[in-house]
Design a binder for this molecule. Structure first.
Ligand SMILES: Cc1cc2nc3c(=O)[nH]c(=O)nc-3n(C[C@H](O)[C@H](O)[C@H](O)COP(=O)(O)OP(=O)(O)OC[C@H]3O[C@@H](n4cnc5c(N)ncnc54)[C@H](O)[C@@H]3O)c2cc1C
Ligand SMILES: NC(=O)c1ccc[n+]([C@@H]2O[C@H](COP(=O)([O-])OP(=O)(O)OC[C@H]3O[C@@H](n4cnc5c(N)ncnc54)[C@H](OP(=O)(O)O)[C@@H]3O)[C@@H](O)[C@H]2O)c1
Length: 493
């Protein structure tokens, strides 16, 4: 009876998904978008000038920039891209000194949600490695004829809006002393956030670890477990970087401490592993289940999580309490961490608070035995675009619909929002919405005018019931995609 109930519970979301095919919900979101835009107050600002004779500038040739280039190319809108590294790929170009990719990195999103529209090659595994994804991105750029539009080894240093409506950029070629100035119709920021220059870490603890000669590094500098062989290592941060690094390091280290400020849910890579129903968990989670059945969906998730991985505190010994549900915050994908915890190779601790010499001190805890090294896998600053004029930096932290600057009509972002799947298809949706917007600007549509006013408002609710306790940029992927899909049609009216 219990087995029957569980099977019913687990199969409920796919069953609903079959009943509700993709995209049926797009139309209600157009209605919601209309309602949202209809609440806008007149701005009373004069109609802006646009230099439509100039190309659009795209900053960055990572997955987001490539998605944008392809859409503009297909729409026949002239563009130029500037990439500070010598190759496309962003995070996935492991030889890019700014990239946090480590040798053992495999995507934690599967083939079904890690593509830019063109499918991954058939021979790729379900969760491809960084070099495989990089090869895909390089092929994508060649296949769509994008490379000739990219100025490699140039970085955008600053942007300035001109009185004629154009944006002029200051570009630096490599490490040259001279600068180049070029002007554009519009700017699309696709420069990413997960890079060494955006690394976020607790500065005081880092300084103490340095003083104690613990060779502290940020996770973005980790390049494999070899330097940690035979040592006592502390990994701070329980996101996907912290989880991956602690697992790898624990295979060679004498002891690995794993400090979680917030105890994460560990979710499996696959559901129904080694059965005929085996499926990557992100594909399962992506199925369209009406919001009404969210509680049922969560019940199913909890059952799957419990069977496949184990409860974080009760079964795996991570620090209690865990005060949020699985999708209230971004969960950590289990890549062997659960096994390492159960085998005692990784020792969980609650929140690092201090160092006493080489001895770490944890929340409400005693001083531990001395350690030899520490890795701060503490994430990245998001919405941090140093080339923007000062007065626009704050607004860039939460653009309208996470794509459009709230003040400047010709400044757009392909912002990396947080979703429970791969983010690349979201970049494609954002790029399509941005392209439709530029077309509507040229055509001077009524809704383009309305959107000039609506963009200053608080964003619609893109979270629904997901990521309740996570930062604003964490969204329900389906809900957000539906809005962007609706926007593409609405803005043309
Ligand atoms: C370790 C790790 C694993 C990840 N795994 C996954 C995963 O499995 N699935 C997933 O969907 N996402 C994953 N991500 C998220 C990852 O950020 C995205 O997949 C994706 O790379 C973001 O694309 P992007 O183009 O926005 O940024 P990036 O990939 O960072 O690319 C930005 C590009 O802009 C360039 N640039 C930056 N500033 C300038 C400038 N001033 N001038 C010119 N060029 C500039 C950079 O050189 C870079 O090439 C992972 C991230 C990390 C750190
Ligand atoms: N295999 C893969 O595909 C893979 C591998 C690595 C990373 N990624 C992706 O890369 C992105 C970045 O991941 P990430 O793990 O580097 O960053 P993250 O998801 O932002 O996680 C950062 C972790 O550091 C903790 N933290 C932040 N500031 C802290 C502080 N001052 N003191 C103590 N702890 C602190 C956070 O705790 P709180 O939770 O309490 O804030 C969180 O546990 C994500 O999108 C992730 O999915 C993917």
């Amino acid at each position: 009876m219990r087995t029957f109930f569980l099977a019913l519970l687990i199969s409920a979301p796919p069953l609903f998904a079959t009943v509700c095919p993709p995209r049926v919900a797009a139309e209600p979101h157009v209605r919601k978008l209309r309602k949202w835009a209809g609440q806008a107050k007149p701005l009373g600002t004069p109609v802006a000038q646009h230099r439509q004779d100039l190309p659009v500038l795209i900053i960055g040739a990572g997955p987001a920039g490539l998605a944008m280039m392809r859409e503009l190319q297909d729409a026949g809108i002239p563009w130029e891209a500037v990439e500070r590294w010598i190759e496309v790929g962003g995070v996935w170009a492991a030889d890019n000194p700014e990239s946090p990719a480590y040798p053992g990195l495999r995507s934690n999103s599967s083939y079904g949600t890690t593509h830019l529209g063109d499918p991954l090659p058939d021979e790729y595994p379900d969760f491809p490695s960084a070099p495989q994804l990089h090869a895909y991105l390089k092929d994508f750029a060649v296949r769509h004829g994008l490379r000739r539009g990219i100025e490699f080894n140039h970085s955008v240093e600053s942007l300035e809006k001109q009185s004629d409506g154009s944006w002029c950029a200051t570009l630096r070629p490599g490490r040259a002393l001279h600068r180049i100035h070029k002007c554009y119709r519009a700017v699309v920021v696709a420069s990413g956030s997960n890079s060494r220059s955006s690394a976020m870490f607790p500065a005081a603890l880092f300084a103490k670890a340095q003083a104690a000669k613990l060779s502290p590094i940020h996770g973005s500098y980790y390049r494999g477990p070899e330097p940690y062989a035979g040592k006592r290592v502390l990994v701070v941060g329980s996101g996907n970087t912290g989880g991956d690094i602690a697992t790898e390091v624990s295979r060679v280290a004498k002891q690995t401490l794993f400090s979680a400020r917030t105890t994460p849910w560990l979710v499996p890579e696959y559901i129904f592993r080694n059965t005929r129903w085996e499926e990557p968990a992100d594909l399962f989670a992506q199925r369209r289940v009406p919001d009404f059945f969210y509680s049922l969906e969560m019940l199913a998730f909890r059952a799957i999580q419990k069977f496949a991985v184990g409860h974080p505190t009760r079964d795996l010994g991570l620090p209690a309490p865990i005060e949020h549900d699985i999708l209230d915050r971004l969960p950590t994908v289990d890549r062997g961490l659960a096994e390492a915890l159960l085998e005692g190779r990784v020792l969980p601790r609650r929140g690092l608070v201090d160092f006493y010499g080489r001895r770490p001190v944890f929340h409400r805890g005693n001083r531990e035995e001395p350690i030899d090294a520490v890795i701060f896998a503490t994430g990245y600053h998001h919405g941090n675009f140093p080339f923007l004029p000062q007065e626009l930096k704050e607004g860039a932290k939460e653009p309208a619909l996470w794509v459009f600057d709230r003040k400047e009509e010709d400044l757009l972002y392909l912002y990396e929002v947080g979703v429970a799947q791969g983010v690349w298809p979201i970049f494609v949706d954002q790029a399509k919405a941005a392209t439709a917007y530029l077309k509507a600007q040229t055509a001077g549509t009524a809704n383009y005018e309305l959107f000039r006013e609506a963009r200053t408002q608080t964003n619609p609710d893109f979270k629904g019931r997901r990521f309740r306790l996570a930062e604003p940029r964490f969204l329900d992927a389906r809900r957000y995609s539906d809005y962007l899909h609706g926007f593409r049609f609405w803005i043309q009216e």
